[in-house]
Ligand binder design. Structure first.
Ligand code: ZN
Length: 657
């Protein structure tokens, strides 16, 4: 019979369920497909071809499947490292992505990723990013196979102003790429914590409607699971099941923090899991229960995750790490042996991507996705022949991605003798350097201003205001408390809280200072009934002092603090921190047609005797502020404070000592 290619005299590893190793193996390729796999004698007897490749000394195996990545992120490699997931993602990746990610960015990043992956023996990958149309086109240009998943988020993303827009994009993308020989389109609700139940359900519906995979991040960190339990009274997998996610052909990346019941649930739903050893180690996410998942029969593939959290797309490294981590975490050196690890990187990975019927092993009828590896270099020599399967342990434990010499996808050569045939790397590297330069400039400008760093994490709206204020120390606040009801002012509102403030200050004082405030609202009985977190950027020191000693200051940006104090600390990296806590009674009053806040503060930390009377008012115009300063003086008189000796230090400075 006629074949387009015959690859003969290789050490051939089928990686099908039987996982046969032919010490002198061969296969025949016709068009996109594998026609036959067997011994060289059989194949050369049954097939003829104009192209017979002698693979002596090489190992022939199915191409590796990178089960989870974000290919365009090759352009963000090394941008920000050694950070916690939330600071890394919300503080750096997402702001830079909002500014730079475009179809051009995605095409370039994808081609670079494909070049790296082809050189490392990867023939198929599962991607999740923005402008997935551009990712898919570039992947086809490179000749690789991929599941391309269009991201859907609850906040505006680089390619969509709203989640409805990105869902519509995903629908168009899936409809346009269905039945493509290389690309399987898919939808990717990014993660439960970056989406909503409504988004998850809509994505599941879309994936079911078109019968395509749904790709998402699940249970990556312990924090995600804790938050899910706190909010929904159940861990992540049952919760996303409630949102219909398991009705789709699910590809779940990470699954680091899942229990036995959740593993069963995933198995019953025929879900696939992508295990990402480097990413989990680098972001200290934890150790996925890989051996339990495999024992339950879950298809678990291996993924590199994006180049910004790894920082490479080297599946040989991932295989080795997957195996070593499993051994170390179970205390069992027989856990995750080489053969099972290689299965994860090939057949099981393809199954996890729901592509198990077309790729992942060398079997007649499957697509010709294969690689040749040369194991004759010093680091993988010598070879023992007593056990034919020993070659698998050499592949997993000592081979390097640079040992891959030839790569074929869908019957087409993408690399021969280490030379890439579909990608010219040099101009791509130049374009990547240009992006790096522009991103550097963007970040340098942003790091230069506290305000723009606050805006970058969605933490502030531009809001400029003026504040007049005076603060007086009181040995005893009782006379003021008595004077309040009879001072001719109208009390509009009253509140009682305990405030816990953390001030961040920076060497450049002109930047101002950040205050993270936790307000605990206290009822009549002294019980806390509600808590509010706010972040305030205050401008530098007072800009004008009035004769009556009131101070006028400018520029305050207030936003609800949606992240933890720890997040802000790691994101802003303050030079100095000061903690202040106080018991505050607050009155909002009207006096001479102006509104003022009157605070009586007892400072608990630092420990300061007596109390402070603070009177403040904010306004949008400077003129108003000057007028208010005069009335503030009259208000002081009305409260019986005749000769105010204002305290100029603020509480943070007192805490500083
Ligand atoms: Zn990821």
């Amino acid at each position: 019979m006629q074949a387009d290619w015959i690859l003969a005299h290789a050490t051939l590893i089928t990686m099908d369920a039987a996982s046969i190793v032919f010490p002198d193996g061969a296969l025949a390729v016709g068009g996109e497909q594998l026609l036959a796999v067997g011994t060289s004698a059989e194949i050369l007897r049954d097939y003829t071809s104009e192209h017979v490749l002698d693979c002596s000394g090489r190992v022939l195996l199915p191409g590796l499947v990178n089960a989870h990545t974000h290919v365009p992120m090759t352009l963000l490699r090394g941008l920000a490292d050694d950070l916690r997931l939330d600071v890394w993602l919300l503080g750096y990746m997402m702001p830079v992505e909002r500014e730079f990610v475009s179809p051009d960015f995605c095409r370039l990043g994808t081609l670079l990723a494909c070049a790296e992956m082809i050189r490392g023996g990867v023939t198929c990958f599962a991607d999740m990013y923005y402008f997935e149309e551009a990712v898919a086109r570039a992947t086809v240009e490179a000749g690789m196979r991929a599941v391309c998943s269009q991201t859907v988020l609850k906040f505006p993303s680089p390619d969509a102003a709203s989640y409805e827009d990105s869902l519509a994009m995903a629908r168009d993308f899936i409809a346009g790429w269905r039945n493509h020989p290389l690309i399987t389109p898919s939808v990717a609700p990014h993660a439960p914590y970056t989406t909503t139940p409504e988004i998850l359900r809509a994505c599941a519906q879309l994936a079911v409607e078109f019968d395509v995979p749904l790709h998402t991040h699940l249970a990556e960190t312990a924090l995600e699971v804790d938050d899910c339990r706190a909010a929904n009274d159940m861990p992540v997998i049952p919760w996303v099941k409630k949102q219909s996610l398991l009705e789709a052909k699910l590809l779940a990346a990470h699954c680091v923090h899942i229990d036995e019941g959740e593993i069963h649930t995933l198995k019953r739903a025929n879900a696939g899991v992508a295990h990402n050893p480097s990413s989990n180690l680098k972001l200290a996410s934890g150790f996925a229960p890989v051996t339990q998942m495999l024992a339950e029969g879950l298809p678990v593939g291996v993924g590199t995750d994006g180049a910004a959290s790894n920082n490479d797309l080297d599946m040989f490294e991932e295989m080795r790490l997957a195996s070593f981590i499993a051994k170390a975490t179970t205390g069992n050196p027989t856990a995750l042996p080489a053969s099972q690890t290689l299965a994860m990187a090939t057949r099981l990975g393809a199954q996890a991507l729901h592509l198990g019927d077309i790729t992942g092993s060398l079997e007649p009828g499957k697509r010709a996705d294969l690689i040749l590896v040369d194991l004759r270099d010093v680091h993988s020599s010598p070879a023992f022949a007593r056990d034919p399967a020993a070659v698998i342990s050499r592949l997993v434990y000592s081979a390097r991605s640079s040992d891959v010499t030839d790569v074929m996808v869908n019957g087409r050569w993408l690399m021969r003798e280490r030379r890439l045939l579909t990608i010219d790397v040099q101009p791509l590297l130049q374009a990547a350097a240009d992006y790096a330069h522009r991103i550097d400039s963007f970040l340098v400008a942003r790091e230069g201003s506290l305000f723009s760093r606050l805006v970058a994490i969605g933490g502030a709206e531009q809001e400029e205001s003026y504040e007049v204020q005076i603060k007086v120390h009181l040995d005893d606040p009782a006379p003021i408390l008595d004077a309040l009801p009879q001072s001719g002012l109208e009390i509009l509102r009253r509140a009682h809280y305990r405030e816990y403030d953390t001030y961040f200050s920076f060497s450049d004082l002109s930047q101002g200072r950040l205050r993270h405030r936790e307000d605990e609202f206290v009822d009549e009985q002294g019980q806390v009934f509600s808590v509010r977190y706010r972040l305030t950027l205050t401008g530098p020191a007072a800009e004008r002092r009035f004769p009556n000693s009131a101070l006028l200051s400018r520029s305050r940006f207030i936003a609800p603090a949606t992240h933890s104090l720890r997040f802000y600390r790691e994101y802003f990296k303050p030079e100095k921190e000061a903690e202040v806590s106080k018991d505050r009674q607050r009155w909002m009053v009207r006096f001479q047609e102006e509104e003022f806040f009157i605070n009586i503060d007892r400072v608990l930390k630092p420990d300061i005797q007596g109390a402070f009377l603070e009177i403040k008012s904010r306004t949008w115009s400077r003129l108003d502020a000057e007028e208010k300063a005069l009335k503030l003086s009259a208000l002081l008189e009305a409260l019986g404070v005749h000769d105010p000796r204002p305290v100029e230090q603020d509480y943070a400075e007192m805490a500083d000592g």
